[in-house]
Write a protein that binds this ligand. Structure first.
Ligand SMILES: [Zn+2]
Ligand SMILES: [Zn+2]
Length: 203
């Protein structure tokens, strides 16, 4: 079991950890940044959905085909979007700690509450939570998606790199880590960035 081993690898990125921390300080900071930004991103996605709507009683609003970015923004703002990720992990935390889960009805209130309680307990989560890696990855994924919509950025470009076993791994430059599907080698961020680019093979 992982729990019985001495702390040698970061529980988030699998990179060796020189200090005794279970999670690198940098990896913890990244989770914290995402949790701090998600409530604001949630509201900014709402702004992205309202292109200068004015007047009208709401009932007569014409239903035109939404832009792809509004569909994504809607998904992220709906129950199960950002709420599904942060709310799910916050409820998981409450169940572990046997805390009451507040009965919020608005998605925005759940997002605020969930990010707040996860932030307040981030130290414990990094020290003890068995799924801290999944938490970090899901927060990073959903915050990245929200940021790209808010800023109008393109999705990150995937770069093919070669595992020594010959397998090509398609990674993004901010990938926290990746496991080779072929040989099972586990790479942290820095190791991934050190892999040679995969040669393009003629089709
Ligand atoms: Zn780490
Ligand atoms: Zn490999």
């Amino acid at each position: 079991m992982l729990d019985d081993q001495p702390t040698e690898y970061c529980a988030v990125c699998d990179k060796p950890s020189r200090d005794r921390d279970r999670v690198h300080r940098g990896c913890e900071d990244r989770i914290r940044d995402n949790l701090r930004q998600l409530p604001r991103l949630y509201r900014q996605l709402g702004d992205a959905l309202q292109p200068g709507r004015r007047g009208g009683d709401g009932r007569s609003a014409t239903r035109s085909a939404p832009l792809p970015c509004s569909v994504d923004a809607l998904d992220l703002r709906s129950r199960g979007g950002i709420e599904g990720v942060v709310g799910g992990w916050a409820r998981d935390l409450c169940e572990r700690e046997e805390w009451d889960i507040p009965a919020y009805t608005s998605v925005e209130a759940i997002v605020d509450w969930a990010c707040g309680i996860l932030l307040a307990n981030l130290g414990v989560i990094c020290d003890e939570h068995p799924a801290v890696k999944e938490i970090a990855a899901e927060l990073n994924q959903i915050a990245g998606q929200a940021r790209r919509i808010v800023t109008g950025e393109k999705p990150p470009i995937k770069v093919p790199v070669a595992c020594p076993c010959g397998q090509t791994l398609r990674i993004t430059l901010d990938s926290p880590g990746e496991r080779c599907r072929n040989c099972g080698a586990q790479y942290g961020h820095t190791e991934l960035m050190g892999l040679p680019l995969a040669e393009r093979r003629a089709a």
